[in-house]
Design a protein around this ligand. Structure first.
Ligand code: OFO
Length: 174
């Protein structure tokens, strides 16, 4: 069992846990919207992203338990479910990743302030993950913006997005 966490770290990790859970639920709503537009490739992409975010949440949950800290299963805010376009969906996805990156960076800074080396080490996985996820979201949005209103382009994009492997180096979680 690891040393007790500073209460500030405990709270901040619980807040991050809630953000990962909300991210999962937001991606699920994006997947449903895409599914309903028959954008099967995009839907599959977001269903997998939703699973990824849930794993991110579970990883924090297990870390808190391992540290003998309070671990709260968060309630879920209702995700935005109505989108105007596939551009808007991917734009929201990028904004979400950018917001998560900011919160992870703040957590790292807090862990540094508290001289919590264990949590700093734990968070490095998230730092690397966010670099990949943000780059991926930006890259996809750039492609979507290039396609614009071209329906044929969107059809091909939806087919090609199935080739994108959702980045994950989660390893094993308990
Ligand atoms: Fe949780 O990985 Fe991005 O948001």
């Amino acid at each position: 069992m690891k040393a007790m966490l500073h209460p500030k770290i405990e709270n901040a990790l619980n807040a991050q846990l809630a953000r990962e859970s909300a991210a999962s639920s937001n991606y699920l709503a994006m997947a449903v919207w895409c599914d309903q537009q028959s954008l099967d490739g995009c839907a599959r992409f977001f269903y997998r992203q939703a699973d990824e975010e849930r794993m991110h949440m579970m990883k924090i949950l297990h870390y808190l338990i391992e540290c003998n800290a309070a671990a709260e299963v968060p309630g879920l805010p209702k995700p935005a479910a109505a989108f105007q376009s596939v551009q808007q969906v991917f734009h929201s996805a990028l904004e979400q990743e950018q917001a998560v990156t900011r919160s992870i960076n703040e957590l790292v800074e807090l862990a540094q302030e508290c001289s919590d080396h264990s949590t700093q080490h734990f968070l490095q996985w998230y730092v690397a993950e966010q670099i990949e996820e943000e780059a991926q979201a930006k890259n996809i949005l750039d492609k979507i913006n290039l396609i614009g209103d071209d329906k044929g382009g969107l059809y091909l994009f939806d087919r090609d997005i199935q080739q994108i492997t959702v980045t994950s180096s989660i390893g094993t979680i308990k």
